[in-house]
Design a protein around this ligand. Structure first.
Ligand SMILES: *Cc1c(COP(=O)(O)O)cnc(C)c1O
Length: 364
């Protein structure tokens, strides 16, 4: 089976992990500090706070920016559930805004409508879905006009760029995940980035029981720390990230070229001013066709996935909170049409060619 996701673990990861094991410094340690600095620098940001995972990173970012119970926070419903659950963790209220069907990212025009209507929106969490940056020109204009805090959920977009600037460097804070199947990984892990020294200081308290100094706890905090073991893997992975991104982009380019004339399938759209890092290579097929297409792929040994099969507000948890179906038409339509194909850098040239052959063979 040619898999959609497959983590790459080489000698470098093993060597650095061995170094941590030998040192017996397993929890916080030098690799955590090094990884925070290195990843932040890679994105062009001053501070990085390593975190247990992407979900705790989102929670930390919202608290860092002062989100309180009852606050309104706008986000997209077409993302992993962690994005909006982090809003619930803070006692705040998620407001869902529809996506642009071309990019799958939040639609800036609909975002402005929501900001006009919603009054006092404290924060907006945008998601650079599948590795494609949101329309940052439009979103930063809205930020200036409506004065909300901006958090980038860049959990799928390590190394993605909008007008040659890395995602994670546009908002008041940004969040990345290093879950096992992301573009780089630490098993479980995450990071929050910010240029604000005060927010960084408070964020460090949040992830470490609200501690200030050695014996004093001045805020309610959690244990959201990353381990030295995980950070060592992260250091090794970061060294290889650009190489892996280049492979993802090359694979996607081959697919785009090979699939451009297929009538039953629509290839991903990449605006000219964006570097899409293809965490997922996601195509659209008709909702009637999707199941049979995926079954055909699987029968031919090609894995595929659906991200995401349900908008967040239609999940039972959110229905109980009072959200109704029909809120975001384009997002709902997308949940029925998207299919992600294997694009990861562990694929051989022969495997990429096999995916192409199989996909083109559908309906022949
Ligand atoms: C993976 C992911 C998260 C959560 O990250 P975890 O490390 O799994 O907690 C949040 N948002 C998006 C868009 C993700 O893809």
């Amino acid at each position: 089976m040619i898999n959609v996701a497959s983590p790459i673990i080489g000698e470098r990861e093993k060597k650095l992990v061995q170094d941590v094991l030998d040192s017996k410094i397993l929890a916080s340690g030098k690799y955590v500090a090094q990884f925070e600095r290195s990843f932040a620098k890679y994105c062009g940001i001053d501070f990085g706070i390593a975190n247990a995972n992407g979900t705790t990173s989102l929670h930390t970012a919202l608290l860092m920016l002062g989100i309180k119970p009852g606050d309104k926070v706008v986000t997209t419903p077409f993302t992993f559930i962690a994005t909006s659950n982090s809003i619930l963790f803070c006692g705040a209220k998620p407001i869902f805004v529809d996506i642009d069907p071309k990019t799958f990212n939040i639609d800036p025009i609909k975002l402005e409508e929501a900001l006009k209507k919603g009054k006092n929106v404290k924060a907006v969490i945008i998601v650079h879905l599948y590795g494609l940056p949101c329309d940052m020109d439009a979103i930063l204009k809205l930020k200036k006009k409506y004065k909300f805090k901006l958090i980038e959920d860049a959990c799928q977009a390590h190394g993605a760029e909008f007008e040659n600037k890395k995602v994670g460097s546009f908002g008041d804070a940004a969040v990345f995940s290093f879950y096992a199947t992301k573009n780089m990984m630490t098993g479980e892990g995450g990071i929050v980035l910010t240029n604000d020294a005060k927010a960084d200081k408070y964020g460090r308290q949040i992830i470490n029981h609200g501690r200030e100094g050695h014996f004093t706890h001045t805020a309610l905090g959690y244990n959201f720390r990353l381990t030295n073991l995980a950070a060592a893997i992260g250091m090794a992975q970061l060294e290889q990230l650009e190489n892996w991104i280049a492979k993802r982009i090359a694979n996607a380019k081959k697919y785009n070229e090979a699939f451009k004339d297929l009538e039953f399938l629509k290839t991903p759209y990449v605006p000219e001013n964006c570097r899409h890092v293809f965490h997922q290579y996601t195509v659209r097929v008709s909702s009637k066709e999707r199941e049979s297409f995926m079954k055909y792929l699987s029968d031919k040994g090609v894995g595929s996935g659906i991200y995401y099969s349900c908008v967040i507000y239609k999940q039972p948890l959110y229905k109980k909170l009072g959200y109704k179906s029909g809120l975001c038409k384009e997002a709902e339509k997308s949940t029925a049409e998207v299919v992600s194909l294997p694009v990861n850098p562990s694929l051989s040239i022969a495997e990429v060619d096999e995916v192409i052959k199989v996909v083109k063979g559908y309906k022949k």
